[in-house]
Write a protein of this length. Sequence first.
Length: 56
Amino acid sequence: MAFEQLLNATDEILIIQLQHDYHLKRKAEDALFTRYVYFVKEGMHKYSLTEEEACY
């Protein structure tokens, strides 16, 4: 399955916004973090990662 097929409409919008000016990019970064914060916290807990390590 190609990467493009795994993206939903919201993810595609976030990717486009991340490529724009500072204000739109900042809003997209916040939305991205809010959308996937669960995975960051899960990685921190499950694998004893720091927040920075879990974000990569």
